[in-house]
Ligand binder design. Structure first.
Ligand SMILES: [Zn+2]
Length: 182
């Protein structure tokens, strides 16, 4: 399967001149909702995560809100395991809802990994609840972030971000796009 072609065809991977949530500019943008709105494609990508971790004795699959809920649900469904999520309450990411993860083997999943912030927060939230983190997996990794666990990305493209003042795309006067939004 040509994953890059699939991601371009679905408009997940977009090329142009984008301003990211961080304020930095980039030539590429990954729109995770073009995967999440397409269950067929999401199921296919999730099955690659399942293959990677099928021998790891996973009990729970947990992802950070929002997209991580969907990925966790589908990966857990294919594995025949339980699914939960880490949500933000009063500014802090927590595992609530009575998810009984103490001493359980947890696989952390998410859709697109950009800075890793929500994943690092999820690690902390799981540790507070006494879970045993056995690995991490994302559909798309556009970073060079390293995690202290076994890690898998179905697709990886390290994308350079630019400060607006020194952005080469700005210098070329390429129209700037602000992706996402309402
Ligand atoms: Zn720019």
């Amino acid at each position: 399967m040509d994953l890059e072609k699939l991601l371009k065809d679905l408009r997940v991977l977009q090329e142009g001149h984008f301003v990211l949530n961080s304020g930095l500019h980039s030539k590429y943008y990954f729109e995770k909702f073009r995967i999440l709105e397409n269950p067929g494609a999401a199921v296919t990508l999730c099955s690659m995560i399942v293959d990677e971790f099928k021998d790891k004795n996973i009990d729970w699959v947990i992802g950070p809100t929002t997209g991580g809920i969907i990925i966790a649900f589908e990966v857990a469904r294919q594995m025949g395991k339980l699914a939960g999520f880490a949500e933000v309450r009063d500014g802090e990411r927590v595992i609530g809802r009575g998810f009984n993860i103490k001493d359980k083997n947890v696989l952390i999943v998410d859709d697109v990994m950009t800075t890793g912030k929500s994943l690092f927060e999820t690690i902390d939230a799981l540790k507070k609840k006494g879970a045993n983190i056995v690995g991490m997996a994302v559909l798309i990794d556009r970073s060079s972030v390293k995690f202290p666990y076994e890690y898998f990305a179905t697709y990886r493209k390290v994308v350079e971000n630019f400060e607006p003042a020194t952005c080469p795309l700005c210098k070329e006067n390429i129209a700037l796009t602000k992706p996402g939004g309402l």
